[in-house]
Write a protein that binds this ligand. Sequence first.
Ligand code: SIN
Length: 537
Amino acid sequence: MPATRHEFDVLVLGSGIAGLNFALQAARHGRVGLVTKKNRADSNTNWAQGGIASVTSREDSFELHVRDTLDAGAGLCRESVVRTIVEEGPARIQELLELGARFTEREIPAEPGRRELDLTREGGHSKRRVLHAADATGAELERTYLQAIASQPNITVLEDHLAIDLITSAKIGAAGPNRILGVYVLDRIRQEVEVFAAPVVVLATGGSGKVYLYTTNPDIATGDGVAMAYRAGLPIANMEFVQFHPTCLFHPQVRNFLISEAVRGEGAVLRGADGKRFMDRYDARGELAPRDIVARAIDSEMKRTGADCVFLDLTHLQESFITGHFPTIHARCRELGIDIARRPIPVVPAAHYQCGGVVASVDGVTEITGLYAVGEVACTGLHGANRLASNSLLEALVCSHRAAQHALQHRPESHSLTIPEWQTGNATDPDELVVVSHNWDEVRRTMWDYVGIVRTNKRLRRAEKRLGNLTEEIREFYWNFRVTADLLELRNLVTVAELIVACSLQRPESRGLHYNLDFPSSHPAWAQRDTVIRRPA
Ligand code: SIN
């Protein structure tokens, strides 16, 4: 029986803020398919606690936001991109408010009865500039967008659909400039590989936190977009810059619950197992130093003292302030037996954000005509070697808007190329699924042990070797057996892991999030130099 075929004017992969914003705009002009691998609300966006950084207060300025972003980025940001994103932020925030997003407000101190947006502070920001919806900002954005797209007849949402590979003109051997034709997608419920044809495809697939054993990311963060783009021949840049969030809850059962940086922004302090503060020994900005510095300081304290975790103490803050500002964190910790108003929270660093990704312009444009990359999957030059807290939702919002405008203004010409069906060949059902789950664990543990916060070339080479063996095994499995979602995600995960290692080995220095004991300083020759990897032809 021929496989199911779908046709759209625009196909969006991913249902976080970047994908939803693109879809909403594109739907005013054509039919949009929105493919998401689980439930539509399963996205990194939905888990974001802190907020969106944008200049909305009179005490702040674009210049300051640009400077903070460049400082955090440790010399590797593209300044023109930073300026564009920072300066277009307020207009996008205004649109969000018009769409119905409800951010936390506060009474203006000198003007009783009048309210304004409440701004919180996070590491690396010289001003209060983070808009937030208490401590569940991402969930509020997701709610707003899902409500908006629900009343948009031009958008078809396909849940439980996992993108497998991009279909390009080069892939099917057609002459001329490489252009996107569509995507092979696994319907997870029917276990069928379907063909989605579209002249415009948007990678909005998020990051790859699951490549590490400990992460603040949801299960969907398996680097699918980066891996697909790499297989399609696109350049992938700066994958060595994996951001470890300093404060993930340390709990035997719950391993990916974030304790927002805004908690430190509002005055919480870090203490070692001896109850003493330690951040002042590492940076004059203390707990509000940029994330790379705080995460490394915690890692070093844990190694120095042999402790399993450190503690985030906010017991000096008023209980009503804690429950008002951090209701989600308060409630979740309480469920787990930790009353954060009375007891310091045990925390450890965990993989949080992928600063590198598919090379894309600030308009989301990639090297393949009609293919866009927006949000965490993309490497636009905003984050450089270290993302400033809460700049990611801002980037997703601004770049997806710009990408949608670009796509509307540059509609690809129609073509007569035929997309072949997915070939299953002689594949049979896998007989030993234990291989897949074992390899999942091995990739994640290898990355945690050898490619973590502090690296050495010896450890990186070890990881390279192990990942090489795993890649061979996974490739064999992929070709011989019918594909499953677990196998496809594993295949992506190991590709992303190899890219992180390869980029790390390319950079002979320490910069931002990439810290290598063999090269503990930054090298001027590597300032403004990206590590770029492309699949050999
Ligand atoms: C947080 O709330 O700490 C996360 C914010 C971010 O990653 O930008």
